[in-house]
Write a protein that binds this ligand. Sequence first.
Ligand SMILES: [Zn+2]
Length: 429
Amino acid sequence: MAAGSDSGPSITGKVSSVTRTVAPTDSTHRSPRGALALGKNPGRSRSHNRRVLLELLRRNGPQGRKALADLAGISTQAVANIIEELVADGLLLDMGRKRTGRGLPPIQYAINPDGAVTIGLEISVGELTATLLDLGGNLRHEERFSLDDMRPDAVLALIGDEVRRLIARQSARLMGVGVVMPGPFGIEGLSGVGPTTLKDWTDIDVAGRLSGDLGVPVVVDNDANAAAVGEMLFGKGQNVGHFCMLYFGAGIGLGAIVQDQPLRGAFGNAGEIGHIPVAPGGLPCQCGQSGCLEGYASIHALSGYLGSSDRVLRADEIRARIDAGDPAIDDWLASAAPHLATMIGMIENIFDPQTVILGGKLPGRLLDDLVARLKVPPSVANRPSRVLPRVQRGQAGQGSAALGAAALPFFNAITPQLDLAEPVPVPQE
Ligand SMILES: [Zn+2]
């Protein structure tokens, strides 16, 4: 089920083109209850209801009209009308009648995986990851590129070319594009500084420029939120309605899933925890404070331990140092774990999650070592009735944010302007 692999090929340059298929979300592991916002009956919410039905079918497998109406909380007639449209649009398949007992069995409808695809792109310091998901949630393609030129013009041009190249090989139409990058967005001072952020990107209208270039809807979100969505769809977040994801990009971010939806905040910056001081009188930070979490628990900090304080190391470089038995790895773990544990205790008290998941661009072995070292202080998470571990390593792998990015166009709460009813023209070369 892992959508990403820790032992994948080197990510230097355009060398790791792989196509992997991720099994569709197992309906038996996904409670339909609270799975997504319920449908709405008024006519103006038709596009919303279309997304709701598609998501219910993706998560629960083939269903009849009556069952869908019950799950979505809208009338059977409304469901029937929408299904007719979705079948006509090629997004749903009529699977025939399923024999269930007496009487005429209901016609079952299923997602047509070939009906549409979405593309996700994660822009991180020095690297671009691209993923392509079909409508059934299957990962059809994943590819990584190193980014030597991080200027917006260069990266956006590369993204445009990559999307056109990927979609040219698909018969399905492109429904939308999700782009994720480290936050924060649109703020001044404080945390928008330092080596873990993308310079020169502050005032760039990424969604506007890319949608203008590609002719499809483009959604932008921060990497930690997207990684949480990736983990919710493909990893340890399945069937977990409330969880927190600590995401190691170059820095560290928090993605919170609350009632099966990512918590974005008023300005998309919820979860920017990197510059919360956790060590009074600790390491000076470029943000002007001292003892910020990111100064300890981040790949940037680890890179400093490994002798690369001005360049954030890639996962394959870190993996090589682990393989070589570099003692600096252990020194970093000893330094980072207590501060991360402090933050996790706070997060538990603030969000009351079912579990906290660690993921991102650290090698999986190192995440396991980090989890093992954590001595999380007492919090509301100390419940005798716990089922899930307080802290665990994610399963969606290093591509979790890019996977989540590709899923963003599905999320109506994030993208109310998206309407799956409208066939999106496939961009021409
Ligand atoms: Zn700081």
